[in-house]
Design a protein around this ligand. Structure first.
Ligand SMILES: [Zn+2]
Length: 205
C-alpha cells in the first residue's frame, strides 16, 4: 500500500516530464528521444564553471546558451558548444531542471552502456556541482537521492552510472570523490531497490 501511495504521490510531482520541486529554466538544447526508447539509465555528472568555482550561475548560463565565453579563458573551450542536462544539483542541494525528462538532453556525448550506444537516447542526465577528484556536499546527496527516487517511481530506470563509466577514457566525472555507496544506501533506506550501481558490476560497463 505504501508503495502504491508513493507511486500516486510521485505521479503528481511530474508534469510532462518536469519535476515539480525543481526550479525550471528551459534549455533550447534538446530533441526527441528515438521512438520506442524508454528511460532506463541515470547518468551522474559533475560540473563547475570555471572548474572549482561554485554558485555563480555559469552552469545555468551554459545550459541555456547564455554563457559569455569571453569572460574567462576556460570558457573559450566551450564556445559554440550546445549542451544540456536534465538536472543540476547545486552545492546547497538546490535543484534545477533544464529539459523535460520525456525528451533527450545533450549530456553524455559519445557513450556506451552495456553495449548500447548513445546513452542520451535512453537516459536522464544529472549534473552535480563539483570538481572531479573532490567531494560533494551532504545536501547534494540528499537532494540527488530524493530526485533519483522520484525519477525511479516515474520512469523504468534500472541502472545508475557515472559519465566516466559510459565514456571511459574520454570523461572522468563525477570522479573518485563521488560516494556511490552513500547514494545506494540513501536510496535503499527510502525503499528503492533493484537498481544497479557501478559498484554492482565493476569492469562490466
Ligand atoms: Zn559529464
Amino acid at each position: 500500500m505504501t508503495r502504491l501511495l508513493d507511486s500516486v504521490g510521485a505521479k503528481t510531482l511530474w508534469h510532462q516530464g518536469w519535476y515539480g520541486p525543481a526550479q525550471h529554466l528551459e534549455s533550447p538544447n534538446f530533441d526527441l528521444r528515438p521512438p520506442g526508447s524508454a528511460v532506463e539509465l541515470l547518468v551522474v555528472h559533475s560540473i563547475s564553471l570555471p572548474p572549482g568555482e561554485f554558485s555563480n550561475g555559469n552552469v545555468q548560463r551554459l545550459f541555456t546558451n547564455q554563457l559569455d565565453c569571453g569572460q574567462h579563458p576556460y570558457f573559450e573551450l566551450l564556445r559554440g558548444l550546445r549542451v544540456s542536462a536534465h538536472f543540476f544539483v547545486a552545492r546547497t542541494g538546490e535543484l534545477w531542471q533544464f529539459v523535460s525528462c520525456d525528451v533527450r538532453a545533450w549530456h553524455a556525448g559519445l557513450s556506451t552502456f552495456c553495449g548500447r550506444d548513445n546513452c542520451n537516447d535512453y537516459s536522464i542526465g544529472i549534473e552535480m556541482e563539483g570538481l572531479e577528484g573532490y567531494g560533494f556536499d551532504s545536501p547534494q546527496y540528499q537532494s540527488l537521492a530524493t530526485l533519483c527516487r522520484a525519477i525511479i517511481l516515474n520512469y523504468p530506470v534500472r541502472h545508475i552510472a557515472g559519465h566516466e563509466h559510459v565514456a571511459p577514457g574520454r570523461k572522468h566525472d563525477p570522479g573518485p570523490g563521488f560516494d556511490w555507496p552513500l547514494l545506494q544506501e540513501q536510496l535503499a533506506a527510502s525503499g528503492t531497490h533493484a537498481i544497479q550501481f557501478p559498484q554492482d558490476f565493476p569492469g562490466n560497463l
